[in-house]
Structure formats: C-alpha cells, structure tokens
Design a protein around this ligand. Structure first.
Ligand code: FMN
Length: 243
C-alpha cells in the first residue's frame, strides 16, 4: 500500500479510517460467549487445592486441548513493573509447581530481585482458569541436571545457544551458536550453569469455572495459620469469591 503524504509531511488518513475503526471495535465488543460446561462448588471441590489442581490438569490433558501444560508466569521487576510470559509446567507436588528456563533471562533477573510470582492456566475449552501465587525458589542442581539430561539433544544445545532475553543482531547468531556448541559438546552437552528450574510454592490458589449469565464460580484457597494450635502447620481456607 502506498501511503500518501499531506503537505505537512504526515501520512494522509483514509477518509473511511474512522468508520473502519468503529466497525472493528463494535465487532470486538459483540464478541462474547456463554459459559455453560460445568460448575465448581464447595461440596464438589477438594479441600486441598493441590488435589483440585491435579484433577483439573488431568481433565485438561484427557480432553486433549492444545498445550494444557502451558502456564503464564508473572514476575515483577525492581522498578515494580510486572511482566508475563508462557512457560511449561514440568512437575508439581506438595512443594509447588516447577518449570525450567534461563536464569539470566528477564524472568530470571526479575525473580532474583523479587522471588514472588504468579502463575495462570487458562483452559479455554473447559472454561476454566487456575491462578496461583507464591514464593519462588531455584530447584537443586541435581533436579535441574536430571531434567536437563532428559531433554532431546537439540533442546540441550539450544539452552547453550540462546542468550535468552538478550538482543541479538540476527537469527544467524543462534544458528552459529548452535553449530559451535554442537561441535564442542557432541552428544553430551552438560547443563549450562545459567539454565535450570524454579519451583513456586503456592500460598494462594484460585479456581474459576465459567458459568451462565456471568455468574461464574470462583473458589479461593489461602494458606492461613491454624486457629488454635501454635505449632500446627498452616491450613487451607477455602472461600467463594464473587465473579
Ligand atoms: C507454549 C510456550 C511454552 C514455553 N515454554 C517455555 C519454558 O518452559 N521455558 C522458557 O524459558 N521459555 C518458554 N517459552 C518462551 C517464553 O514464553 C519466553 O519467550 C521466554 O522464556 C523469555 O521470557 P523472558 O524474556 O520474559 O524471560 C514458551 C513459550 C510458549 C509459547
């Protein structure tokens, strides 16, 4: 498309630009769906949020929806600006949820400065969202080594080849790095010191199930000290939130 310039040098606005914009906005405003697939009740949910998560994750996997293991990870930088990206969950148990990445990436640097983070799964087809908040710790070297060695060879070389989140002059940098590290390590690349896992230990979970008429179900679980016993471990308090 050739952009016509006006006498002052700025681009001429097509005369119908405003109405096209309005049309686009109107059709976006009309995009809505009714959520009617399932419900989430106090009676039918688990008292332990990890079990609730396990059930929903397994249902998402069984439903064969695309990338049920993809989760959005939010971190906060030193200047208090939040940022998000998608990572893959690689494990979960009572200690938390884990993923792997480059410790020197933007997320790695932000977590080094502020270890609190949030995760979110959105299983669109099931009309479900899970939100998780807590403190993040690095996995042990042995845990990161074990997972690294389970990865396909090109992924292991890729961990060396990509200075994740840094500006590079072009794609050729990655290809040259991959060739260089491939030739150096052959079939046995060790885990790079800048690459490994993190685990978020939840102190806050939220389960959202879409419902009809925007009256969605939301159950929040918060880790709280037990009411009476001084030395007893914290307990999960389950509460319903308005949608
Ligand atoms: C489906 C999907 C899964 C991803 N999984 C990971 C992952 O497990 N680890 C990772 O470091 N990046 C993963 N990425 C890339 C990240 O979203 C992101 O681009 C990268 O980690 C750099 O983020 P940062 O600059 O905020 O640190 C994934 C991207 C997508 C779309």
């Amino acid at each position: 498309m050739v952009t016509k310039l006006q006498p002052d040098g700025t681009a001429e606005r097509p005369s119908n630009a405003g109405s096209a914009y309005t049309e686009r906005m109107t059709s976006l405003a009309d995009l809505r769906k009714s959520y009617e697939r399932a419900e989430l009740s106090e009676d039918a949910s688990h008292a332990d949020p990890l079990q609730q998560f396990e059930q929903w994750l397994q249902e998402a996997i069984a439903a064969e929806i695309p990338e049920p293991n993809a989760m959005t990870l939010a971190t906060v930088a030193g200047n208090l600006r939040p940022s998000t990206r998608v990572v893959l969950i690689k494990g979960y148990d009572e200690r938390g949820l884990s993923w792997f990445t480059n410790y020197e990436s933007r997320k790695g640097q932000e977590l080094a400065g502020n270890p609190f983070a949030a995760l979110q799964f959105h299983w669109v087809e099931l009309e479900r969202v899970v939100r998780i908040e807590g403190r993040v710790h690095k996995l042990s070297d042995s845990e990161s080594d074990a997972y690294f060695q389970s990865r396909p060879l090109d992924s292991r070389i890729g961990a060396w080849a990509s200075p994740q989140s840094q500006v590079i002059s072009g794609r050729s940098v990655l290809l040259a790095n991959a060739a260089r590290f491939g030739a150096k390590f052959l079939l046995q690349p060790p885990r790079p010191p800048h690459w490994g896992g993190y685990r978020l230990q939840p102190d806050h979970w939220q389960f959202w199930q879409g419902r009809k008429s925007r009256l969605h179900d939301r159950l929040r679980y918060t880790l709280s000290p037990p009411a009476n016993a001084v030395d007893a471990p914290p307990v999960w308090i389950r509460e319903r939130l308005a949608p």
